[in-house]
Design a protein around this ligand. Sequence first.
Ligand code: FE2
Ligand code: FE2
Length: 262
Amino acid sequence: MSHFDFDPAATAPRQYPLEVAPDTFCIRALTPSVGGTWTNLNSMVIRGAEPVVVDTGMVTHREQWFEDVFSLVPADELRWIFVSHIDTDHAGNLIEALARCPNAAMITSRGESFRVAASLGVPFARMRLVDEGECFAVGDRELTALRPPVYDSPYTRGLFDESTGVYYASDAFCAPIPGAPVDWTDEIDPDLWAEGLARFHHASLCPWVALVDPAKYQAEIDALARRAIGTIVSAHSPVIRGAAVARAFELLARLPAAAVPA
Ligand SMILES: [Fe+2]
Ligand SMILES: [Fe+2]
């Protein structure tokens, strides 16, 4: 099979939406990664009074992504499409989602909105602008845009739902799945999870973390950890729940001093 025949949606095991809190679902996809591991490519749906999609998946999994999202929310009922940043693995189906969901507006930041208009052609009339730390109401709940401590685009915003304690972390807390696909990180050997998380952050997401001021970095982590987060949905990890949430913050905190895995 040549590189151009590679179809991760056809070759990877199918992971269906996972309910991580009441009416909150992780939309999953998998792609094979180095050393026989799997990498998640996740997004999220909040099925509230005004349904929200959080990130829009990848082009390679378009059919599967729309099937999963529309199994939870009919196209004409979707109201908001929150995009954490417009990397192609997070905004891969944005244009199609806006076309297929006529009552939905995209939520992005003021800074990112110009890139969204210029590079993707989304009209400003379809955008609602929410900046770092701002809350916005979506019917039965308020959501807060909160940048994760680590990211590969400075425009990145995570999303916190205080009503469920679910934090969507965008790329942060990324880690591969060694072996058979799992739903939760607490199904992974703890040492393999720690090693994989450090490797993904140093090799891909934020090699700059080795350069940060440790005290300022720790302050960023502490500010997020003070929120009442019970579940972390990362775009590139099984879901992090319960006691694993505190452990995930510890693993993130030790990144600047961690030996960089080969
Ligand atoms: Fe990214
Ligand atoms: Fe990503």
